[in-house]
Ligand binder design. Structure first.
Ligand code: NAG
Ligand code: NAG
Ligand code: NAG
Ligand code: NAG
Length: 297
């Protein structure tokens, strides 16, 4: 009893500096960095902490905090229905999702609180970024930069590379409310052990600069296509010139890190993001597949 309340206090007092992650079946670090089957950590926020100025081996799938070594239980996957949708919970702590406490602490928002739909901290230039104590990294819904998912057709997380991890879905103006529904393009089936996915976010100039890359085990269902996804190319910042946008299969954005960045020459104070500024349209990415007749490079 005492042990439980101490844990809750610890998690809730750390919320002021919390950020946002995606919570769903198939996630790594659902119980913090402890992968043991009988360990339950209903108020963990380990997965929400952002990535900043790290070496690639440390930011890659949140290795800095051990999340890449804390997979979901065997056989548990995030299900991606080809040509359908899937919904995850975006929240600052597992406590504020239906994965914890029988959903008793959830609200429509990532912080378990109530807020007006037109929640806004924008009062003109120099405004404080204070929504959700800054953890949403936005002034209001239209300022939310967009989040994304990428998929690799590798079951073994150690075999995932920048080139085989392809962004397949973007949801504009997120993270915002707790529930987020993403569209899935016509993905082919995963290998026997399933695929590896990542939830991705780069906030836009609100609060500290950072990025998010969170590991999941995922699997594609409702499959009707056999056309593989193409090799991913680094995205390019193209807000100033649409002709510079990279078309087709794109890599995640790697930015603000000590090593492993894949985007350069971004005019300050602009930031890259999973939106039109870097060549992504909202919704499922339907142009990520190998062209028939084309040879894989
Ligand atoms: C399955 O795919 C078909 C198209 O191939 C689509 O019309 C349907 O909505 C999908 N079903 C689900 C449950 O996502
Ligand atoms: C997926 O979501 C879109 C947009 O909300 C909707 O139009 C579509 O019907 C949904 N598809 C399925 C299979 O539920
Ligand atoms: C939302 O925030 C942006 C700042 O990026 C601001 O330009 C815009 O006016 C705000 N919207 C509202 C409705 O206040
Ligand atoms: C992934 O989904 C497909 C289609 O439902 C299924 O046949 C396959 O067994 C699943 N893979 C794993 C590893 O569960």
């Amino acid at each position: 009893m005492l042990h439980t309340s101490v844990l809750i206090i610890t998690a809730f007092t750390s919320l002021a500096s919390a950020h946002t992650a995606a919570w769903a079946k198939g996630m790594f670090c659902r119980n913090g960095a402890n992968p043991s089957a009988n360990h339950d950590e209903p108020n963990t926020n380990l997965a929400v902490n952002p990535l900043f100025n790290l070496a690639k081996e440390d930011w890659w799938f949140q290795h800095d905090r051990g999340c890449d070594l804390a997979p979901p239980p065997p056989g548990e996957f995030l299900t991606l229905p080809a040509n359908g949708n899937f919904t995850v919970e975006l929240a600052h702590n597992r406590a504020f999702t239906t994965l914890s406490y029988g959903g008793k602490k959830v609200s429509n928002w990532p912080d378990g609180e109530e807020h007006p739909d037109e929640w806004n901290s924008w009062e003109g230039p120099g405004s404080e970024c204070k929504l959700g104590s800054g953890a949403l990294h936005t002034y209001n819904e239209s300022n939310a930069a967009g989040t994304a998912w990428a998929i690799s057709y590798q079951s073994d997380i150690k075999k995932v590379t920048m080139e085989n991890l392809v962004v397949f879905s973007v949801l504009k103006h997120t993270p915002w409310k707790r529930l987020a529904t993403y569209g899935v393009p016509n993905l082919p089936k995963c290998p026997e052990g399933g695929c590896t996915c990542a939830w991705l976010w780069v906030p836009e100039n609100c609060g500290q600069s950072n990025m998010y890359m969170q590991p999941f085990k995922c699997n594609v269902t409702n499959v009707s296509s056999t056309v593989p996804v193409a090799k991913a190319q680094p995205p390019k910042f193209c807000a100033d010139d649409k002709s510079k946008c990279v078309k087709g299969a794109k890599q995640m954005i790697a930015y603000y890190q000590a090593t492993g960045n894949n985007m350069f020459d971004i005019p300050r104070p602009a930031t890259p993001g999973y939106n039109e500024k870097c060549g992504w349209t909202d919704g499922p990415q339907c142009d990520i597949f190998e062209q028939s007749g084309a040879t894989a490079s």
